[in-house]
Design a protein around this ligand. Structure first.
Ligand SMILES: C[S@@+](CC[C@H](N)C(=O)[O-])C[C@H]1O[C@@H](n2cnc3c(N)ncnc32)[C@H](O)[C@@H]1O
Length: 232
């Protein structure tokens, strides 16, 4: 599950990932709900609850996909807007929030202009994480907060075995029946791109964030990382 041999090279990755999301966009929500038993909905809500920002704050949802986070943020009285590299995902989005077709690693946003940032299931799709974390810090206002939702590998061996079987075998099967088998083989394999154990927290601290925390979800199959930009 963590081998990189079937994954695109660093040079091919951005174009391959964008083309893949363009392809799977029309059925992305359906497959997501089915393959996570709707846990993805619960995890996004938990991510929003863990953002310590005031009501009506401007929140940037990076790699917004079909707009799930934007919709949930609107319901909580925030003012969200989304950014995604895949025009296909943006065209399939069901949200009234403003959406921009742009790269998370070069955000077309002014310095210190948003109070909060969410980002769901996207870290492993980026070509590099340090420039992404620098961009988060640049566009956040001092005191602003990020909540990054991502899959994770459970540390418990029994849960990990079951989870690897489900993600490695059942999810690609479900994906091939309902959408695109190749894409849903990439999704579990792409976990190999994720830094292990506490490396993500260390990278956020190195990027200059404070109060970096990791919350494990559903037996460790997903995680929420939160971090705050210092006020001075
Ligand atoms: C697994 S989907 C997650 C979508 C959504 N955040 C969610 O919670 O369901 C990953 C998203 O990341 C986007 N993405 C990948 N690389 C990107 C980049 N460099 N900049 C912006 N978006 C990117 C993809 O187009 C895709 O919509």
């Amino acid at each position: 599950m963590t081998s990189r041999e079937n994954l695109p090279s660093a040079e091919e990755k951005e174009a391959a990932v964008t083309a893949m999301f363009d392809r799977i966009a029309p059925r992305y929500d359906l497959v997501n709900r089915l393959m996570t038993f709707r846990l993805d909905v619960k995890w996004r809500r938990k991510s929003i609850q863990s953002l310590s920002v005031a009501n009506h704050s401007i929140i940037l949802d990076i790699a917004c996909g079909t707009g799930d986070f934007c919709r949930d943020l609107e319901k909580e009285s925030f003012k969200p807007f989304g950014i995604d590299l895949s025009q296909g995902m943006l065209s399939s989005a069901k949200t009234s929030s403003p959406l921009i077709n742009a790269d998370a690693l070069i955000l077309p946003i002014r310095d210190a202009s948003v109070e909060g940032i969410t980002c769901g299931f996207a870290l492993r799709n980026f070509t590099s994480l340090p420039p992404f974390f620098s961009e988060l810090k640049r566009v956040l206002r001092p005191g602003g907060c990020v909540a990054l939702l991502e899959v994770d590998e459970p540390t418990n061996r029994v849960i990990r075995f079951g989870h690897n079987f489900y993600f490695g075998k059942i999810v690609p099967l479900l994906g091939s029946i309902l959408s695109d088998g190749k894409a849903y083989r990439y999704l579990p394999e792409s976990v190999a791109y994720l830094p292990k154990f506490h490396e993500l927290e260390e990278m956020l601290s190195t990027a200059g964030f404070h109060k970096v925390t990791k919350q494990k979800l559903s037996g460790g199959v997903a995680q929420i990382l939160t971090a705050t930009k210092p006020t001075i």
